[in-house]
Design a protein around this ligand. Structure first.
Ligand code: SAM
Length: 291
């Protein structure tokens, strides 16, 4: 068990707490209490959470969407705390930040100008779908066991980790152009012992590249408008030439063109809209239809 008074006095002395034989539910409730008292202490507490999960996986405690939901519920509507807590359990806060620095150093050394850099923030926390939206989307979709999903521009892999916790039988493939992000995602997947979580370095804009077949395709602002049109055409061909049926999940944080282009496709039908005013993310779930 975690004793709140002991933990607070350790944190006040600047000590990262270490926990024995506790549960994610206990850690989450304690984190919630501490974060209402002090921001600095809540950061130290999360380092302790990350240390606790260094040698084990949150997947030992969370095996379904309902388990994930129960844990997230502890934070009520505090979406930032949900992000911070789950990322700490996964190891994403530390490993994601290391990947960020590797990438910055590499780009500085290669002399690439800022405006030529790939899309998506360096900051792992700002480049990924928030867990609260992932819960909305996949509570609606509830993907069947053994179905497959391709994350088109996977970032640091948060979508894949969430899915491996909630739907461990779903096959996830994350495609991502930035090698450091893929390395980070692979480290986290390995540490957490995720079985159905693969990542691949891939430039989706390559003319000859064709997306693998899947039941779901996930887009969160991955491409510029020209490259996006190429990828949408690729999916249209899969649907029309191979009679492939699938769903597309599209989220937009700062560009509208992704949602606008998808809405215009007469072979796709919008089945649901999702929105998060707080994080300024909006999205659509679409399904193929016969035209
Ligand atoms: C906004 S992030 C989304 C990450 C993840 N799908 C999520 O929702 O949490 C978009 C990602 O697309 C990647 N990306 C940009 N251009 C790409 C390209 N041509 N090929 C593959 N990935 C690309 C970026 O590096 C970035 O990590």
């Amino acid at each position: 068990m975690v004793n709140l008074a002991n933990i607070i006095s350790l944190l006040d002395e600047g000590v990262i707490p270490s926990f024995k034989e506790t549960t994610a539910l206990n850690l989450a409730s304690t984190y919630k209490e501490i974060s209402t008292l002090s921001h600095k202490n809540s950061d130290l507490f999360l380092l302790g959470v990350e240390k606790f999960y260094e040698e084990k996986s949150l997947g030992e405690e969370i095996r379904s969407f309902d388990d994930f939901f129960e844990l997230a519920l502890i934070f009520d509507r505090d979406k930032n705390s949900i992000n911070r807590f789950f990322d700490a359990c996964l190891g994403l806060r530390t490993i994601g930040n290391l990947a960020k620095f590797d990438q910055i150093v590499q780009e500085k050394q290669s002399g690439i100008e800022k405006d030529q850099r790939v899309r998506g923030s360096f900051e792992y926390a700002h480049t990924q779908t928030h867990y609260s939206l992932l819960m909305d989307i996949f509570n609606y979709l509830r993907p069947a066991s053994k179905s497959s999903i391709v994350d088109v521009g996977a970032g640091f892999g948060r979508v894949g980790f969430f899915l491996n916790l909630c739907f461990p039988e779903l096959n996830y493939l994350g495609l991502e152009i930035v090698q450091e992000r893929v390395e980070c995602a692979e480290k986290i997947s390995k540490k957490n012992n995720f079985k159905n979580c693969q990542f691949q370095v891939q430039n989706l804009a390559e003319e000859s590249y064709v997306l693998p077949k899947a039941d779901f395709y996930y887009f969160y602002d991955p491409l510029n408008e020209k490259d996006l049109k190429k990828v949408i055409l690729d999916l249209e061909n899969q649907h029309k030439l191979n009679a492939a049926k699938f769903s597309v999940i599209a989220l937009s944080g700062y560009d509208d063109f992704l949602l606008e282009h998808l809405k215009k496709q007469n072979w796709l039908q919008v089945v649901r809209s999702v929105e998060d005013h707080y994080f300024k993310q909006a999205g659509l779930i679409l399904q193929t239809i016969n035209t």
